[in-house]
Write a protein that binds this ligand. Structure first.
Ligand SMILES: Nc1ncnc2c1ncn2[C@@H]1O[C@H](COP(=O)(O)OP(=O)(O)OP(=O)(O)O)[C@@H](O)[C@H]1O
Ligand SMILES: [Mg+2]
Length: 329
């Protein structure tokens, strides 16, 4: 259709204008569709790249996590070996005493048998029986010390099971006995409690660290005037509370917040590494327990450990229990 000239100007017919507008709209629609497809393709490509980068970062993080877990396991083990190292002289003494006792009693029996030519009188026979019984007691003491040390120095001990806290505390006391003896009386206030859900050696390591700290807080030589108390009791329906308290020097308020930090120590170089409490904290937190402290300078200190009882943990789904290695702090 032709444009018409009206009073000197061209008038484009209405229908023509509509067609042009329709074409324009179509062209616009096609352009924006193309742009949209272009943008979508760009977006998809960007997402693909980012996903691949994230996957690579994730793999690197997983690798770092594995290395950190291995390093942490080694650190925990090193702390235990360092503790045993610190105690070595005392432990040697603990083993030497009963050994001397055993040898003395066996020598006596041997001499008696030689002297009486194997035919002792009833009194001599009785004395020899008693000497052998004493030697046996001494050997039993050595056996128990070695057993407790073996528990402590076992590296593959991640597995948690039902643990008798009282027995574990007593094992730790036996290993630390030489450190405690000259500084304080040991007072036991042990209630019968259910077994807790923990790795045995780790728990023994925690108690040993707390006992040695308690002993180091008291100067040697005044054992009758000082006390190290170990206690157990239920704390609510699902936890057992274990306390190790001492009548030692106490911890100043400004240090209380720092004592669980790795390498915080007030002991001279060569005496303390400052790892003991941070290792205890890591172990206890990983079990879903808690460790806290209250202290007064000049009065003494109490460390309180809360441990989940085994039965309560067994009720949980196995997946909610996690693994110590993946959660230890
Ligand atoms: N029972 C306590 N009484 C007084 N101070 C304590 C007691 N327990 C811990 N401390 C303080 O907390 C600090 C940190 O204790 P932690 O066990 O972590 O390290 P450490 O005993 O110094 O060295 P180690 O690594 O040999 O255990 C100690 O140096 C001490 O100052
Ligand atoms: Mg310590």
């Amino acid at each position: 259709m032709m444009a018409q000239c009206m009073e000197g100007s061209f008038v484009v017919p209405e229908s023509r204008t509509e067609t042009v507008r329709a074409r324009l709209r179509r062209a616009e629609a096609e352009t924006s569709e193309w742009e949209m497809r272009h943008h979508t393709a760009l977006l998809e490509e960007t997402v693909r790249q980012r996903t691949s980068e994230l996957e690579q970062t994730n793999a690197r993080l997983q690798e770092s996590l594995k290395q950190l877990q291995a390093a942490q396991a080694q650190l925990l083990f090193a702390d235990r070996l360092a503790t045993i190292g610190q105690l070595a002289a005392g432990l040697g003494h603990e083993i030497n005493n009963p050994l001397a006792f055993i040898v003395g009693n066996l020598d006596y029996v041997q001499q008696q048998l030689v002297r009486t030519s194997g035919a002792p009188s009833p009194e001599e026979q009785q004395e020899m029986i008693e000497a052998i019984a004493d030697a046996r007691d001494g050997a039993e003491r050595v056996r128990l010390i070695v057993r407790d040390l073996k528990v402590l120095s076992h590296p593959n001990d991640m597995e948690r099971g039902p643990v008798d806290v009282v027995a574990s505390l007593r094992s730790a006391v036996k290993v630390a006995a030489y450190e405690l003896r000259d500084r304080a009386r040991l007072v036991e206030s042990l209630e019968e409690v259910p077994r807790v859900h923990a790795p045995k050696a780790r728990l023994c390591q925690v108690f040993l660290n707390l006992l040695i700290n308690a002993a180091h807080a008291i100067s040697p030589g005044r054992a009758a005037r000082n006390e190290i108390r170990i206690s157990t009791r239920m704390a609510g329906p699902r936890h057992v509370a274990v306390e190790v308290s001492d009548t030692g020097c106490g911890i100043p308020a400004e240090n209380l917040e720092r004592i669980f930090n790795p390498f915080f120590t007030t002991k001279p170089v060569g005496v303390g590494t400052g790892l003991g409490l941070s290792v205890c904290h890591g172990i206890i937190k990983a079990l879903g327990g808690d460790i806290s402290v209250s202290s007064e300078v000049g009065q003494g200190t109490t460390f309180r450990v809360l441990l989940p009882i085994h039965e309560a943990c067994a009720e949980l789904e196995p997946t909610t229990q996690g693994d110590l290695t993946s959660r230890a702090a």
